[in-house]
Design a protein around this ligand. Structure first.
Ligand code: FAD
Length: 471
């Protein structure tokens, strides 16, 4: 009897334990992707990027004699319908760790088992399953450095090779057409601009990894903080959709370290930050929705979406060039450099005193590499209410940050057209990327700061020192 292989955020062939097991079983495999509530809840850019990923993965499956079956509806109903249509005896999948996915998958597993269908879940999305990393006292980790120490010497399984073929069923069930799902519809911004910066699919991700290992990993520790450079792997979008597996990255980095690549360990530490975010989300799911540390309910953040500071921030028009450059990079490319994320998030939550949840939701709508755990952890870290958070007095000064990490102004010039006689294409693309109704033109004057750095810093310091005293 066939296996229904339920794909979610694991759109790859290699380093995919569940798919390897399905291939090894010798049984026919029916790969299926379900447009359920978790897909409907995606922000515009992640949904758009998912559409690109599904298109590529469907083609990849075609190359090994298989297909990607697309169905829409509540997961359990869809799976039961497919079981009835195909006579499948098993449903297998890779684990997903958001609270919503855990609740859904547990319900699916219980219901399938009741009807005699085998339901089996596999690892592969993370380096270390969240429940396998425990403190000496048997709890979970709340601080990154001891988490790193606990896992850095562990054996990580060698990734499986991609299957050469997937055994097809005697007949294929029907599939929706991907284009009918209109995953790009919520992109009211210029999807074509963002599309030009995407390289979806497993093959493209593996190529990026090769390039990074050849040319980037050695200098990673030095260059990763320079937003104008190409010092990082840019693999986060592929990791987020599972177009590449973390174990593949880990083993390549281990090999590079063995060959003496100076930045390899620093990069592995970043990969472990991703696992740490999942560890925290698994053990404390409120990471996604509430201040992680208690005592922050009364913090005077504004929660008004119409707050002029928030509106200016979302439009990349705060009048603080490094913050605006960061936001504009995101509209044009779907990504934002990590240092720029920290600076933009800090300006919102500290200088502008706007709730981190507004910023987190905005990123979730605009980032093609959106990841629920990394995004929430990043925002709570910057805002000061998260685990292992930045100390409250650490208020990034965008001017000092600019001097340190964008000394020649290259990043700012790349993304801000106003004031330049011959602005580069990238800066102009922002005006095509953002919604028309923002009414923005490159020849408009660059705005004055909505909140000056000095005033914003003083106000934030006062509020934060109160909050920490209350804690
Ligand atoms: P590299 O520097 O090459 O690192 C390799 C991989 O390690 C990344 O692809 C990523 O998977 C992981 N990683 C690196 N840094 C972090 C980190 N700080 N936390 C967790 N994982 C990390 N990352 C996302 O993938 N999706 C998000 O939605 C997201 N939102 C963020 C929001 C804020 C406010 C902040 C401060 C950070 C956020 N990050 C997010 C983390 C980080 O900015 C990105 O992972 C990184 O910029 C991706 O670029 P890269 O692939 O070139 O990373």
């Amino acid at each position: 009897r066939p296996i229904l292989y339920w794909l979610r955020r694991d759109l790859r062939l290699a380093d995919h334990p569940g798919l390897t097991a399905a291939t090894a079983s010798g049984r026919p495999v029916i790969p299926v992707f379900i447009h359920d509530q978790t897909v409907s809840a995606l922000g515009a850019a992640p949904a758009f990027r998912l559409g690109l990923g599904l298109e590529r993965f469907g083609a990849t499956l075609g190359e090994i004699g298989s297909r990607l079956i697309l169905r829409r509806g509540p997961a359990l109903e869809v799976l039961q319908a497919l079981i009835a249509e195909t006579g499948a005896g098993s449903v297998w999948w890779t684990r997903d760790y958001t609270p919503q996915a855990i609740a859904r998958d547990s319900a699916v597993k219980a219901a399938l088992k009741q009807t005699g269908i085998e339901a089996r879940s596999f690892g592969g999305a993370l380096l270390f399953e969240p429940w396998t990393v425990e403190t000496g006292a048997g709890g979970f980790y709340k601080v990154y450095t001891p988490f790193w120490r606990a896992v850095s010497q562990r054996e990580v399984a060698v990734p499986d090779a991609a299957p050469a073929r997937l055994r097809a069923p005697s007949s294929w069930p029907g599939s929706d057409a991907l284009s009918d799902w209109r995953l790009d519809a919520p992109m009211r911004r210029g999807a074509a601009v963002v599309a030009a910066h995407q390289a979806p699919g497993e093959a493209a991700a593996l190529e990026r990894l090769d390039r990074f290992v050849e040319t980037g990993i050695g200098g990673y520790a030095k260059c990763r903080d320079l937003p104008a450079g190409e010092g990082t792997s840019t693999l986060s979008d592929a990791l987020s959709l599972g177009e590449i597996g973390p174990r593949t990255l880990w083993h390549r980095a281990t090999e590079a370290a063995r060959q003496g690549a100076a930045g390899a360990e620093t990069w592995m530490k970043q990969l472990v930050w991703r696992d740490f975010a999942y560890h925290l989300m698994y053990h404390t799911p409120h990471l996604l929705s509430d201040n992680w540390r208690p005592g922050w309910e009364a913090f005077p953040w504004s929660t008004e979406r119409t707050d002029p500071g928030f509106v200016a921030w979302t439009r990349g028009r705060t009048g603080i060039p490094l913050v605006d450059a960061a936001m504009r990079e995101m509209y044009v490319t779907g990504r934002m450099h990590n240092r720029a994320r920290m600076i933009a998030a800090c300006y919102l939550t500290k200088h502008l005193m706007i709730h981190w949840k507004l910023g987190m939701d905005w990123f979730a709508d605009c980032l093609t590499d959106w990841d629920p755990a990394a995004n929430a952890m990043g925002w709570q870290w910057v805002a000061g209410c998260g685990p292992d958070a930045a100390p409250y007095f650490r208020i990034f000064n965008p001017e000092t940050q600019g001097k340190k990490f964008d000394a020649d102004g290259c990043y700012r010039k790349r993304w801000i057209a106003e004031g330049q006689t011959h602005p580069p294409e990238t800066a102009l693309a922002y005006f095509d990327a953002v919604p028309m109704h923002w009414g923005l033109r490159p020849d408009a004057a660059y705005p004055a700061p909505v909140v000056t750095l000095n005033m914003g810093r003083k106000r934030a310091l006062a509020a934060y020192s109160d909050a920490f005293q209350r804690e």
